[in-house]
Design a protein around this ligand. Structure first.
Ligand SMILES: O=C(O)CCC(=O)C(=O)O
Length: 278
């Protein structure tokens, strides 16, 4: 456990509790309900930006406890740049290799924090996220094995082995051997926070249960993408940015406006070419 007071030295903190409006046992059920509807409408599961299509996941992304913690880190002017489900089935051999986020995301600021919400229990056995405290202070430690991840995502390129949920190698094995990661144990309804340059990853799920996380990427209004002249993001609070075209909050699950907005958002940098994480 590393509290919010230690975030500045560690670049990672947990556990935090969602506000009382969510029943922890309901989160996993809502995930499967969402994916059943996605399967009907799109013919596949959806990983990226599900909060643009679902009233429940929209409410999670705007949870008052998360926004309180996020604004204490990046200030009052906030957008959601991206979000994703990270899904591991029981006895799932897939991993997320250790990495820093910004080599993949190519954003211009450091005012970027992820809230990772546990929809199920996440622990050492089920393939919880692990992170190296203090690693964010190193800046970018290594580059990726592709020159331009924005292009590579759009072309659907993957250079990692099949069992890695990430698409590209960040080559941090040596750093991880020298700097021990800590395990972020979370119960359903708890969340962790990590900085965009914190080294993190996760192992396989050796348990009999699902391990499902919903990761939301909050950025300050002054953040931009290095390669794009404009981008799409969802305004949360505070000052707006002329750089971001507005995404919209869904009024009902998969309603016509939400589906139209989602189609446009699949072209945004934070959609990673509609990548799947599970
Ligand atoms: O869910 C995981 O195992 C990894 C998540 C992750 O890499 C992230 O949220 O940045």
């Amino acid at each position: 456990m590393l509290g919010i007071h230690d975030y500045v030295s560690n670049g990672v903190a947990w556990p935090f509790e969602l506000s009382g409006q969510f029943i922890p046992g309901q989160l996993e059920t809502e995930y499967f309900k969402f994916q059943k509807a996605a399967q009907k409408i799109y013919g596949k599961k959806i990983s990226i930006k599900p909060n643009l299509l679902s009233v429940f996941f929209d409410a999670l992304a705007f949870d008052s406890e998360i926004i309180k913690q996020v604004s204490s880190i990046i200030g009052p002017d906030i957008y959601i740049w991206s979000s994703a489900f990270f899904f591991k089935a029981p006895k799932d051999g897939r991993i997320v290799s250790f990495h820093q986020d910004n080599p993949y995301w190519q954003l211009t600021s450091n005012e970027i924090v992820t809230a990772w919400i546990a929809l199920t229990e996440s622990n050492g056995r089920s393939g919880a996220m692990e992170a190296i405290p203090g690693s964010y202070k190193m800046g970018l430690i290594k580059t990726l094995d592709v020159e331009n991840p924005r292009d590579a995502y759009q072309q659907g390129i993957k250079t990692t082995p099949d069992h890695d949920l990430l698409s590209y190698k960040n080559n941090l094995d040596e750093y991880v051997q020298k700097n021990k990661p800590v395990t972020i144990n979370l119960l359903p309804g708890q969340f962790s926070l990590h900085h965009v340059n914190t080294v993190h990853g996760s192992g396989c799920n050796a348990s009999k249960n699902y391990r499902i996380g919903f990761a939301i990427r909050y950025v300050s209004s002054t953040t931009e993408h290095e390669m794009e002249s404009s981008d799409r993001a969802l305004h949360v609070c505070g000052r707006k940015s002329p750089y971001f075209l507005d995404e919209r909050r869904p009024k009902r699950d998969f309603d016509v406006d939400a589906i139209t907005c989602y189609r446009k958002s699949l072209q945004s940098a934070g959609a990673f070419g509609d990548k799947s994480y599970g």
